[in-house]
Design a protein around this ligand. Structure first.
Ligand code: ZN
Length: 81
Protein backbone atom coordinates (compact mmCIF):
# COMPACT_ATOMS: atom_id res chain seq x y z
CA UNK A 1 0.00 0.00 0.00
CA UNK A 2 1.37 3.39 -0.97
CA UNK A 3 -0.79 5.95 0.79
CA UNK A 4 -3.81 5.88 3.04
CA UNK A 5 -5.95 8.43 4.85
CA UNK A 6 -3.64 8.16 7.87
CA UNK A 7 -0.35 8.82 6.06
CA UNK A 8 -0.40 12.56 6.76
CA UNK A 9 -1.71 12.62 10.28
CA UNK A 10 -2.44 15.91 11.95
CA UNK A 11 -3.36 16.54 15.55
CA UNK A 12 -1.65 13.46 16.92
CA UNK A 13 -2.33 13.31 20.65
CA UNK A 14 -0.12 10.41 21.68
CA UNK A 15 2.62 8.49 19.96
CA UNK A 16 5.02 5.66 20.59
CA UNK A 17 7.49 3.92 18.32
CA UNK A 18 4.92 1.87 16.41
CA UNK A 19 1.57 3.66 16.72
CA UNK A 20 -0.26 6.99 16.98
CA UNK A 21 -3.42 8.08 18.75
CA UNK A 22 -5.66 10.94 17.66
CA UNK A 23 -9.23 12.07 18.04
CA UNK A 24 -11.63 10.81 15.42
CA UNK A 25 -12.81 13.62 13.12
CA UNK A 26 -16.36 12.26 13.31
CA UNK A 27 -16.70 11.16 16.92
CA UNK A 28 -19.58 8.90 17.84
CA UNK A 29 -18.95 9.53 21.55
CA UNK A 30 -17.03 12.23 23.44
CA UNK A 31 -13.34 11.35 23.38
CA UNK A 32 -13.61 8.97 20.42
CA UNK A 33 -9.98 8.28 19.52
CA UNK A 34 -8.24 6.21 16.89
CA UNK A 35 -5.18 4.13 17.59
CA UNK A 36 -3.32 3.77 14.31
CA UNK A 37 -0.37 1.54 13.59
CA UNK A 38 2.48 3.31 11.83
CA UNK A 39 3.01 0.39 9.50
CA UNK A 40 0.37 -0.21 6.87
CA UNK A 41 -1.52 -3.32 7.87
CA UNK A 42 -4.92 -4.60 6.81
CA UNK A 43 -6.29 -4.82 10.34
CA UNK A 44 -5.34 -5.49 13.94
CA UNK A 45 -4.87 -9.18 13.28
CA UNK A 46 -2.08 -8.45 10.81
CA UNK A 47 -0.12 -6.61 13.51
CA UNK A 48 2.99 -8.21 14.94
CA UNK A 49 3.20 -9.01 18.63
CA UNK A 50 5.34 -5.91 19.13
CA UNK A 51 2.82 -3.73 17.26
CA UNK A 52 -0.03 -5.15 19.30
CA UNK A 53 1.86 -4.30 22.47
CA UNK A 54 2.46 -0.76 21.19
CA UNK A 55 -1.21 -0.37 20.26
CA UNK A 56 -2.32 -1.65 23.65
CA UNK A 57 0.13 0.68 25.41
CA UNK A 58 -1.38 3.65 23.56
CA UNK A 59 -4.84 2.42 24.40
CA UNK A 60 -3.95 2.61 28.10
CA UNK A 61 -2.34 6.03 27.62
CA UNK A 62 -5.37 7.29 25.69
CA UNK A 63 -7.65 6.18 28.51
CA UNK A 64 -5.52 8.13 31.02
CA UNK A 65 -5.46 11.12 28.67
CA UNK A 66 -9.24 11.17 28.48
CA UNK A 67 -9.65 10.76 32.23
CA UNK A 68 -7.29 13.69 32.88
CA UNK A 69 -9.23 15.73 30.31
CA UNK A 70 -12.40 14.71 32.17
CA UNK A 71 -13.79 13.12 29.04
CA UNK A 72 -15.58 9.88 29.74
CA UNK A 73 -16.35 7.97 26.59
CA UNK A 74 -19.17 5.50 26.79
CA UNK A 75 -16.88 2.82 25.47
CA UNK A 76 -13.55 2.29 23.81
CA UNK A 77 -14.78 0.04 21.09
CA UNK A 78 -12.36 0.64 18.30
CA UNK A 79 -8.68 0.47 18.86
CA UNK A 80 -7.40 -0.27 15.41
CA UNK A 81 -8.16 0.87 11.92
ZN1 ZN B 1 -0.79 5.40 5.30
Amino acid sequence: MDKCVFCNLDEVILENRLAWAKYDKYPVTPGHMLIISKRHIADFFAATTEERQAINALLDEARQWLFHAKIFPLKLSRYFT
